[in-house]
Design a protein. Structure first.
Length: 318
């Protein structure tokens, strides 16, 4: 790459980085750290080659081989002096230029693009809490955002997935392969019922073409649906309010999601876990009693309007 071409590319990527980190409300320290790391990338020909090739590949096909690129960046990280998690964050921010155009071409509202890309903000903060690094430690998770399969619609995040089991309740029957709307709950604040009911309405409208002549079904696999919450969370818990919409048809017991509650302290003995929040204190007590944590698998058979949750459906072209 000639110096002039390199300078033009650097300016383009820097402008996009500043636009993205501002629009997605990255902390100033994070934005400055990522800027310094991108400058360092331009001093490392191997990394620059990987990223420019990936940028070109994404422009040609959004179903590119992301995992190959992520692995290459992981391998090169020690030689360029930029942490893997930071390189992965920069990679996705670089791709976001094209992603924004795809949203525009498909007529998807700009606010949905911003909300969807805000997931990088939430993962940035999680990475900082867990590892002290400005980046993302869950790079594979981001792939569906950039394949434009997953969308943030209000409080929650969604994608269409085929159901993998057989389910029957209240006259609704699901077979393997039937499409359902998979629900994700980002770590971006409290669960407020009015907000997430509006979010469900937005998702029901956004994916409505997949549910012609059949009920709209939400699927959620989450630690928040752990049935034993009813035994140790306070009755006023917002998590219990969230759980009430779901028929929890399966549960698993393991402590794999404790990091979502205790972050970097999650592997400590139960008695040494922090108790800075009510949720942490409730979980700490539960674990100190010798119990395990876990997760639940739930089905929410969506009703467009209920007597207690009358909300306007979200209207947008997509």
């Amino acid at each position: 790459m000639q110096n002039n071409e390199k300078n033009v590319l650097m300016q383009e990527w820097m402008d996009n980085l500043h636009l993205f980190t501002g629009e997605m409300e990255y902390p100033q320290e994070a934005a400055e750290s990522l800027t310094q790391s991108l400058e360092q990338v331009f001093q490392c020909p191997e990394v620059l080659h990987i990223l420019t090739s990936a940028d070109r590949a994404y422009s040609e096909n959004i179903l590119m081989d992301y995992k190959k690129v992520l692995e290459e960046l992981k391998d090169i990280s020690p030689r360029c002096g930029v942490h893997t998690y930071t390189l992965h964050m920069l990679f996705f921010i670089i791709l976001s230029r094209k992603t924004r155009k795809i949203y525009e071409e498909r007529g998807i509202a700009p606010e949905i693009f911003r909300a969807s890309m805000m997931d990088l903000h939430w993962k940035l903060l999680e990475c900082r809490k867990m590892f002290g690094i400005w980046g993302t430690s869950v790079a594979d998770w981001h792939i569906w955002w950039f394949e434009v399969k997953r969308f943030a619609l209000g409080r929650f995040q969604y994608e269409l997935v085929p159901f993998e089991e057989t389910y029957e309740k209240d006259g609704v029957i699901l077979h393997p392969g039937d499409l359902v709307i998979n629900v994700h709950i980002p770590s971006c604040g409290r669960l407020v019922r009015e907000e997430y009911m509006r979010s469900y309405a937005m998702a029901a409208d956004f994916f409505r073409d997949a549910f012609i002549d059949r009920p709209i079904i939400f699927l959620c696999e989450s630690w928040m649906l752990f049935p034993e919450h009813k035994l140790f969370l306070p009755k006023t818990s917002n998590i219990l309010g969230f759980m009430q919409d779901y028929d929890i048809y399966k549960e698993e017991y393991n402590n794999g999601d404790l990091w979502r509650i205790f972050y970097g302290d999650y592997e400590k003995p139960a008695a040494e876990l922090p108790g800075d929040t009510g949720l942490q204190r409730a979980y700490r007590s539960w674990l100190m009693e010798g119990h395990q944590a876990g997760l639940g698998f739930g089905i929410f058979i969506y009703k467009q309007v209920t007597s207690s949750d009358k909300l306007n459906c979200y209207a947008s072209s997509h």
